[in-house]
Design a protein around this ligand. Structure first.
Ligand code: HEC
Ligand code: HEC
Ligand code: HEC
Ligand code: HEC
Ligand code: HEC
Length: 185
């Protein structure tokens, strides 16, 4: 907890000192960085327990994805941040806001925030973030320009089999059934 706060201290200091706000929206469309198709039918953002904005925290405050999304062993998942990461700033920032009061309650209770999942694969598909990151595929290639989203939504069709296969073909990665399924043996 203390270590987290110390790690975040330079960012907290910058946030407190630097004026910011106004437009954090870039000119590019939220889909410009994608290497997979946009979902043909728009998927609205689910109702989340807290109104967390990637646009504000990423484009506005220049936080790195990895500050909040670690990739622990075995490397499959990016995971969601511990509330202590949030409290590194929110112990002091926007403490009067109802949303931050709720965040502080989650943190105090030691309960993980019950975020509603946005991108999900069918079980039985072989998947790992680690190999993709190691071969230089960017978060934005699969999830779009997250920094422009005030609310996270499933904008890309990355979880569909066709999207996986078409990128694998274009990047010369394996595209046999066994690359992504346990069958045929
Ligand atoms: C300050 C912390 C923070 C930073 C920085 C951050 N995120 Fe997140 N991210 C979250 C939280 C909290 C959630 C869950 C709430 C939501 O879906 O908005 C989330 C959700 C997501 C999801 C949805 C996952 C799912 O399936 O439910 C994706 C994708 C994502 N983030 C990608 C990114 C990328 C890419 C970056 C960098 C460009 C980034 N995030 C930076 C905190 C952060
Ligand atoms: C090759 C495409 C691809 C790339 C690159 C990618 N993701 Fe994902 N991401 C996915 C898929 C597919 C899922 C759904 C996985 C599942 O259901 O287990 C997902 C799920 C997630 C989740 C929620 C589940 C979890 O893994 O804990 C988060 C958070 C997330 N991604 C963040 C990121 C961030 C941050 C980056 C860059 C550091 C990134 N992703 C890079 C395709 C990708
Ligand atoms: C580097 C510092 C920093 C970190 C880390 C951080 N935030 Fe923030 N957050 C801010 C700032 C600055 C604002 C804007 C406050 C304002 O508008 O007065 C903000 C605003 C918010 C708001 C909107 C508050 C309101 O009602 O106006 C929510 C909700 C929020 N953050 C949640 C989170 C969550 C959840 C996390 C952890 C996943 C997190 N924040 C991590 C700095 C941070
Ligand atoms: C944007 C491009 C892209 C997308 C989209 C993508 N992949 Fe990949 N995938 C790659 C690349 C590049 C590699 C690395 C190939 C290598 O290193 O030989 C890879 C490797 C893999 C591997 C091999 C992992 C290992 O450890 O050997 C699996 C399994 C995989 N991807 C599954 C998926 C699944 C499932 C999806 C869709 C949900 C998907 N990929 C979407 C580019 C992509
Ligand atoms: C690059 C990864 C990838 C490859 C290669 C791949 N699939 Fe898939 N497959 C997926 C993903 C991801 C899903 C889940 C789609 C979803 O969630 O909607 C899936 C789902 C399926 C499903 C339906 C769901 C189920 O598990 O019952 C079938 C059937 C299927 N694949 C067959 C195949 C066959 C046959 C091949 C070889 C010709 C193949 N797949 C190759 C990624 C892949």
């Amino acid at each position: 907890m203390i270590k987290r706060i110390l790690n975040l201290f330079p960012i907290v200091a910058a946030v407190l000192v630097l004026p910011f706000g106004g437009s954090v929206r870039g000119n590019a469309s939220p889909t410009s960085a994608l290497e997979v198709p946009v979902n043909p039918v728009s998927h609205p953002a689910p109702q989340q327990p807290l109104p967390f904005s990637h646009q504000l925290h990423v484009a506005g405050l220049h936080l790195n994805c990895r500050t909040c999304h670690a990739n622990p062993e075995p490397g499959k998942q990016m995971t969601f941040p511990e509330t202590s990461v949030c409290m590194g700033c929110h112990a002091a920032i926007a403490t009067g806001s109802p949303a931050i009061k709720k965040l502080t309650e989650y943190s105090g209770s030691g309960q993980a925030i019950p975020w509603v999942r946005v991108y999900t694969l069918l079980s039985g598909v072989t998947w790992t973030h680690r190999t993709h990151l190691q071969s230089g595929v960017k978060c934005e290639s699969c999830h779009g320009s997250v920094s422009e989203l005030p609310e996270m939504r499933e904008m890309s069709a990355v979880t569909s089999m066709a999207s996986c296969i078409s990128c694998h073909r274009s990047r010369n990665a394996g595209a046999q059934c066994v690359t992504c399924h346990a069958w045929p043996k």
